[in-house]
Design a protein around this ligand. Sequence first.
Ligand code: DX5
Ligand code: ZN
Length: 220
Amino acid sequence: GREIILSPSLLSADFSRLGEEMAALEEAGIKWAHIDVMDGMFVPNITIGPLVVQALRKNSKLFFDCHLMVEKPERYVKDFIDAGADLVCVHAEATTHLERTLTLIEDLGAKPAVALNPATPLESIKYVLPQCYMVLLMSVNPGFGGQMFIPFVMDKIRELRAMIDAAGAKTLIQVDGGVTPENAADLVEAGVDVLVSGSAFFKFPPYKKRHEMFLFLAEN
Ligand code: DX5
Ligand code: ZN
């Protein structure tokens, strides 16, 4: 079948030693790092900005999967790409001119992606789907790690998989929020390519074993 990727969410990493955490992910054979950017407006929490991304970039070859939970993300797209983001994911709910924002990301040399909150319908991305390297379906209301997976998102994943296949697009499906080794297989079966995991990953070292366990369960 298709390749499944695990993108650990740094939100649950030890922020006092982020550099070491990044190195540990790379040593564990992990390819992606999910970087949660929160502005205190789109979501209640505040996390990290471009300066931290730039600092992490210096010592890391990981694919930086930057999830912007930010109002009017177009204001910061260039800053994150200059800082080393490989992929920039913006929320459809946060940007008025979604097509323009995705084109901006692509023109600046990063992979464009769109995130949808659990209650946001798939119709909002129908026309931009072929332009998206990835669509992120939130399976919790964004803002915090450690929340429970919202069950109706499982149907939404299946619908998105059907939309992508019908369009003949190569768009990846990412799911973020409450992902665990227990639901990984169901998520992949429904059509997910990229699993984000924060608390269910970082709380269970060693990372190499945890990564292998996630992928083994996801693919079986
Ligand atoms: C939630 C963030 C997620 C979060 C996932 O707002 O976008 O990436 O860190 O954490 P878990 O896996 O603990 O639900
Ligand atoms: Zn996220």
